[in-house]
Design a protein around this ligand. Structure first.
Ligand code: AMP
Length: 270
């Protein structure tokens, strides 16, 4: 595996690879990331993984500082997976050139965009920069971050003529969606997160069974979850898979949640 730490070196290294698969990450490599890498390797001859903890997408400095980082361990994991390139850019390099600024429309200021001001503007900014330097035609991203996937598809896929390969969420045996942030949770919080995930899976199942009769109003569940597990829910909503608008249960839909447990914010969808 070649480790590339500058855009200059990246340009030299990968300019001849037209069909390189790109897996952007913020590190703390886990089985969720690994599933994206494997999906890329299945389709492509070469795969490039980036690790860059992007400061502009954190709306709280403390959150950025606390974000788990373990680059040595990540390098070992990625080598074992036979990843061809690991791109480890510096903040200076990524932000040194001029690039478009993104502003979300009113319609898109929902879910995490409503609760984490500036987060997706930061995500779109860095993805625009990363995609313009990596120039991959195949991007691999997780459904775990569904709204991120939706916005990148909507605002960046045409510009870069890129295929966005959406990969399903990988969970632990007790249903917790894998996430680098889980490293910040203690045992008790992990147990709670597992209970929350299991209950939300049940609600989703129930909504499918009852279809149109099922109440879209989830406020009772919300109160129950908050009380039972001492969590603070930002949102708990059924939304359309394609448009992310509140769902009428006629089309395919997902149950989206974001909550704070012991000051750690988790997101998921079912
Ligand atoms: P992150 O390092 O958290 O920014 O994630 C990098 C990529 O991995 C994003 O496309 C995420 O959606 C994806 N990802 C993170 N967690 C999971 C998971 N549990 N299952 C599948 N993909 C994931």
């Amino acid at each position: 595996m070649k480790i590339i730490t500058s855009i200059f070196d990246l340009n030299k290294e990968i300019k001849n690879y037209k069909n390189i698969g790109f897996v952007p990450t913020m590190g703390g490599i886990h089985k969720g990331h690994i599933s994206l890498i494997k999906a890329s390797q299945k389709k492509k001859r070469k795969t490039i993984v980036s690790i860059f903890v992007n400061p502009t997408q954190f709306n709280k400095t403390i959150d950025f500082k606390k974000y788990p980082r373990d680059i040595k361990k990540d390098i070992i994991s990625l080598k074992k997976l036979n990843v061809n390139y690991l791109f480890l850019p510096t903040t200076k390099d990524i932000y040194k050139f001029k690039a478009r600024k993104f502003v979300l429309s009113k319609k898109d200021k929902i879910l995490c965009a409503k609760f984490r001001k500036g987060h997706f503007e930061g995500v779109l900014n860095v993805m625009n920069r990363l995609m313009s330097v990596v120039k991959s035609k195949d991007l691999f991203m997780g459904e775990k971050d569904y709204q991120q996937l939706y916005l990148i598809r909507k605002l960046l896929s045409k510009k870069f003529d890129v295929r966005i390969n959406a990969c399903p969420t990988i969970r632990t045996a007790d249903k917790i969606a894998l996430s680098t942030r889980n490293k910040l949770l203690n045992k008790k919080s992990l147990e709670k997160a597992s209970h929350v995930a299991k209950l939300l899976i049940k609600i989703k199942k129930k909504s499918k069974l009852h279809s149109s009769k099922f109440k879209l109003d989830l406020s009772d569940y919300r109160v129950e979850l908050e009380k039972k597990f001492n969590i603070k829910i930002d949102y708990l909503e059924f939304r359309d898979e394609k448009s992310l608008q509140l769902n009428n249960l006629k089309n395919k839909f997902r149950l989206f949640v974001a909550y704070n447990i012991n000051k750690i914010r988790l997101i998921d969808n079912f």
